[in-house]
Design a protein around this ligand. Structure first.
Ligand SMILES: Nc1ncnc2c1ncn2[C@@H]1O[C@H](COP(=O)(O)OP(=O)(O)OP(=O)(O)O)[C@@H](O)[C@H]1O
Length: 681
């Protein structure tokens, strides 16, 4: 590329930054002058959006056959208000060709140019002429830039891929699915990256979503930290990210359930059990119940209770709200009973009451108390009146409802319930702490009882294969529109309550309103490492098509045997001599503590360290330059889905993979190259 061409692009890019600076200045001035909180919020968000696009503001240019030249970047810039476009946002339709045009399907594009900048300086240009003659279409777009991106050293924080998004990924980002879009793909195919870019795309193209909100659900807080910079880097700061457990921040998780219990609690049938448990707490007595009110005994019959119950149930309201309907109905019955009795009491012209039922024709003490409770004022009036004419009926009902004796009976028939009570009664457990598997049960109970939930216009679920049926119910309650992007890999399912079928978990909620999209190229793991997973896949996922890696490194993974007692020392030695990039050490749960002590590593893991120690569950979705797996047989044997955990562990490396096994290696790894002595080759 001639230097003058770079100079020309440098000049253009400088114009773009000048425009950006002008917009920033204006936004900062408006922020300073903002009169109220709302205006300040708007301008603060604008300043943040403009700051976020500083790195890699412009990354491409399309030369179209019709003579137009389109610069593509992180946001749209115009020459002054309403002026000609200087830079188009990557999300607008004309920019799509930047990601999808190929020599065989050029889509009006003559030349695609990738512009690499460092800071505000253009450092490289990379041109492709989309000329169908002799073109080899390997499905990759802008290979040089892509390879530079995927081989860059890892930092413990995910980066956006807006400048190198591939066409199969772009199609998913822009997919116009009204319902649930499931993105299934092997490790490293960019599922997480694509889901996050899709969020940025949807927020841009459907502005209403900004008010309705977008929720991104990830497998762990460590993972949320890992992806935390991607959306802000794309200029989106308004998205809520959470783990499944943190959907109920009021519940503290302090217990780990054994796998069998996790499976049991995760099954959809628990929803029916909870509903039945709540229903069973409402009782219609099979004999009359006597209620004392102001020293009178009011009798409530089973039929009246049954009628009130049916009326309350017919409202379709949740338990705690329907309870109020039931209580009102019963109080109405009691009030009518009291009034009927009062109708037997006739008032004389002087206001003297004659109790029809009393031998001396005068009110008894109990009658007077009932009258007082009913707020009856006896005054002069025309003609004979009954006591019931004088009653403040609303006051009577209120008095009944406020009466502790009446309330005790009402609560016995239809008690107020809390989610905690319902779940612990159902599980028969003492309430000595909750596990992660209890969270969707508590949430289900809360919904049955009538607690409201925050809802979102679109929900993204990452590592979605891990969600139990009960987790799905909890999520669906937060997404009434059922507009979702679900990404995962069924071959990586680690949870005993996780899924092996997308249809199975989605159909109950959306019928067939879900679409499957696939990703087929691995951008993270080199082909040498993917080849090393072949035996594991062949045994546990026969028929899973081999994943194509975008690159090879020439460094095959290796294994080394140790004694059981020498395991920790060998891992520690290998970690100490590792100097090339970030190292992830993945070990079964029971080895984490001794390894952390031997290597002085943080638990829970600190993603910014040179070496990071994790369990396979914590490693989900993450990646490191090198990965060292300690005790693969321990990972395989720790859970029924141990083979999937080992697969996850093996596919976290962008460059090197080493495995330390006490004794003989598991059969699935026997074919790996064996080292004679410890040391990174
Ligand atoms: N088009 C791309 N350009 C540059 N890098 C990419 C591209 N696609 C994916 N990557 C990189 O590949 C790595 C894997 O991506 P990501 O974590 O999204 O994959 P995944 O499918 O979610 O993986 P897993 O299921 O193993 O967690 C990331 O470092 C990501 O930045």
């Amino acid at each position: 590329m001639p230097g003058s061409e770079i100079d020309r692009e440098q000049e253009y890019v400088a114009t773009l930054y000048a425009r950006l600076d002008a917009m920033r200045e204006e936004a900062a001035e408006r922020l300073a002058a903002a009169g109220d909180r709302e205006a300040a919020g708007v301008w603060r968000a604008e300043v943040a959006r403009l700051d976020a696009v500083e790195q890699g503001l412009c990354f491409g240019r399309l030369d179209l056959h019709d003579g137009r030249r389109v610069y593509v970047g992180r946001l749209g810039l115009f020459r002054g208000e309403g002026g000609e476009p200087l830079l188009v946002d990557w999300r607008v339709p004309v920019a799509q060709a930047f990601y999808t045009a190929t020599a065989n399907a050029p889509d009006g594009v003559r030349r695609r140019r990738r512009i690499t900048t460092r800071g505000r300086t253009v450092v490289a240009l990379d041109d492709e002429l989309l000329n169908p003659d002799g073109a080899v279409d390997d499905g990759l777009v802008g290979e040089a830039a892509l390879l530079a991106a995927v081989t860059a050293e890892r930092t413990g924080r995910m980066r956006d891929i807006v400048s190198t998004l591939q066409s199969e990924q772009d199609r998913i980002v822009r997919h116009e699915s009204g319902g649930v879009l499931v993105v299934q793909g092997g490790p490293g195919t960019g599922k997480t990256a694509v889901a996050l870019h899709r969020v940025a795309y949807l927020l841009y193209t459907r502005p209403l979503l900004r008010t309705r909100g977008v929720l991104v659900v990830g497998p762990s807080r460590v993972f949320l930290d890992y992806i935390g910079q991607v959306l802000p880097g794309l200029g989106e700061n308004s998205v809520v990210t959470t783990t499944i457990a943190d959907l109920r921040p009021d519940v503290e998780v302090s217990r780990v359930d054994p796998p069998g219990t996790v499976e049991f609690k995760g099954a959809a049938v628990m929803a029916e059990r909870l509903a039945a448990a709540v229903r069973s707490r409402v009782r219609v007595p099979d004999h009359p119940v006597d209620i004392e009110f102001e020293q009178q005994v009011l009798r409530l019959g089973p039929r009246e209770c049954g009628r009130a119950l049916r009326k309350a149930r017919r409202t379709g309201l949740p338990h705690n709200q329907a309870r109020l309907v039931f209580h009102r109905e019963i109080v109405e019955v009691l009030a009518r009973r009291l009034i009927a009795e009062m109708e037997a009491v006739v008032l004389t012209e002087t206001g003297e009451a004659i109790d029809g039922g009393s031998p001396d024709g005068r009110l008894g003490e109990a009658d007077l108390r009932a009258l007082a409770a009913a707020g009856v004022v006896i005054d002069q009036d025309d003609g004979p009146r009954t006591l019931s004419d004088e009653i403040d009926r609303t006051g009577l009902r209120d008095s009944l409802l406020a009466d502790t004796g009446v309330r005790a009976v009402l609560d016995m028939l239809w008690p107020p319930l809390t989610p905690e009570r319902v779940v612990s009664d159902l599980l028969g457990e003492r309430a000595d702490g909750w596990s992660a598997a209890d969270i969707p049960l508590l949430d289900e109970a809360a919904a049955l009882l009538g607690a409201g939930q925050a809802t979102f216009g679109h929900v993204v679920v990452d590592e979605a294969q891990e969600l139990s049926e009960m987790d799905w119910r909890m999520l669906m309650r937060r997404c009434p529109s059922r507009s979702m992007t679900v990404v995962g890999d069924l071959a990586q399912t680690g949870s005993p309550a996780g899924t092996a079928s997308w249809d199975r978990v989605l159909r109950p909620h959306v019928g067939d309103r879900w679409r499957l999209a696939g990703l087929t190229v691995n951008y993270r793991t080199p082909s040498e490492i993917m080849a090393a997973t072949a035996d594991l896949l062949a045994v546990h996922h026969p028929g899973t098509p081999p994943l194509r890696s975008v690159r090879s490194t020439g460094e095959p993974p290796w294994r080394i045997g140790t004694s059981r007692t020498g395991l920790i020392a060998t891992v520690a030695d290998l970690a100490t001599v590792h100097t090339d990039g970030q190292l992830g050490i993945i070990a079964p749960n029971d080895l984490v503590e001794p390894l952390a002590a031997a290597l002085s590593l943080a638990v829970p893991p600190d993603l910014t360290g040179e070496a990071v120690l994790l369990t396979p569950a914590q490693a989900k979705g993450l990646e490191f330059d090198s990965v060292l797996i300690a005790d693969p047989a321990g990972i395989l044997g720790a859970a029924a889905q141990g083979h999937n955990d080992l697969y996850v562990a093996m596919t976290r490396a962008t460059r090197r993979l080493g495995i330390v096994h006490p004794g003989r290696p598991p059969a699935e790894l026997a074919a790996l190259r064996e080292l004679g002595r410890p040391g990174w080759p």
